[in-house]
Design a protein around this ligand. Structure first.
Ligand code: AMP
Length: 281
């Protein structure tokens, strides 16, 4: 494994090696969800860079940033066990933000307006700023993002086309724990009771995903709230149904259109997001 803290070092390293380059941007505390992106990138490309950088500009809450888990030694060990050729890019903020560590301002229209865009003001400007810097500096052929952060994936696809960055953006399926909970670095912040309770999030989504024709959306939301209320530590932040292209929450489900459920739930003080496709019955 090669570990670099500046993109100049990576450029020098890659100069000697030709071939395609895949990038997996992460904030570290790696788990099997991240590793599934890395495996896909390894299968598709000659070289793979995994960036590990906790991007301050995408946190609208300083406490959330302070609490964000990090374990770079374990991350490197995990990556090395997969493939010794992996390039780890673990920069200081100065390498990605040459002047000030501030987010740029973008217009992603409806894609960044609702859900995470509404509940985490400025979040997508921060995400887009760092991803733009990574794509421009590292110039990968392909970059890999998880559907777990569905809205982020759609925003990055739009960023890539708006700025004509020419990178192939690959969306990857959500990897889950055996009990269905979407893997997330934040899961390690849950205590035993919250961890057990959190399984209700996906279990309830799964139940709802087959109820397409039986319930309207306010009934679906009421069902979600009632079901997670079985666990005292769970509290709904949002429940939306939206078409995955525009990501505009709808009140009614139209036949012949594809819809997904998107939720944000607090388990104690930890904020968890998840989503699933509504199955066509
Ligand atoms: P993060 O470190 O949380 O910023 O995530 C880095 C990348 O891994 C993002 O593209 C996430 O969507 C993706 N990711 C995180 N969790 C999962 C998961 N459970 N399954 C698939 N991809 C994931």
């Amino acid at each position: 494994m090669f570990v670099f803290s500046t993109y100049n070092q990576i450029q020098k390293h890659l100069k000697k090696n030709s071939g395609t380059l895949g990038l997996v941007p992460t904030m570290g505390s790696l788990h099997q969800g991240h590793l599934s992106l890395v495996q896909k990138a390894l299968a598709d490309n000659d070289h793979v860079i995994v960036s590990i950088f906790i991007n301050p500009t995408q946190f609208n809450n300083t406490n959330d940033l302070k609490k964000y888990p990090q374990n770079i030694a374990k991350d490197q060990e995990l990556l090395n066990s997969i493939d010794e050729k992996i390039i780890v890019y673990n920069p200081d903020a100065g390498d990605l933000y040459p002047n000030q560590v501030i987010a740029k301002s973008y217009d992603f229209g409806s894609l960044a307006f609702y859900m995470e865009g509404a509940f985490r003001p400025g979040h997508f400007n921060g995400v887009a700023t760092v991803v733009e810097a990574l794509l421009r500096k590292l110039k990968p052929n392909r970059a890999y993002f998880g559907q777990k952060d569905f809205q982020q994936l759609r925003v990055i696809q739009l960023l890539n086309s708006q700025l004509e960055l020419g990178v192939e953006i690959i969306g990857c399926h959500t990897v889950r724990e055996n009990d269905g909970l979407a893997m997330s670095s934040r899961n390690q912040m849950l205590n035993k009771e919250e961890r057990k309770a959190a399984t209700l999030i996906y279990k309830t989504l799964e139940k709802l995903s087959v109820y397409r024709d039986q319930r309207n959306i306010s009934q679906m939301k009421a069902f979600f709230i009632k079901n997670i209320a079985k666990e005292k530590c769970l509290k709904l932040e949002y429940f939306f149904v939206a078409n995955p292209n525009e990501l505009i929450p709808v009140k009614k489900i139209k036949p012949n259109k594809n819809f997904w459920l998107y939720v944000s739930v607090y388990a104690g003080k930890t904020r968890l997001i998840d989503n699933t496709e509504l199955k066509r019955l």
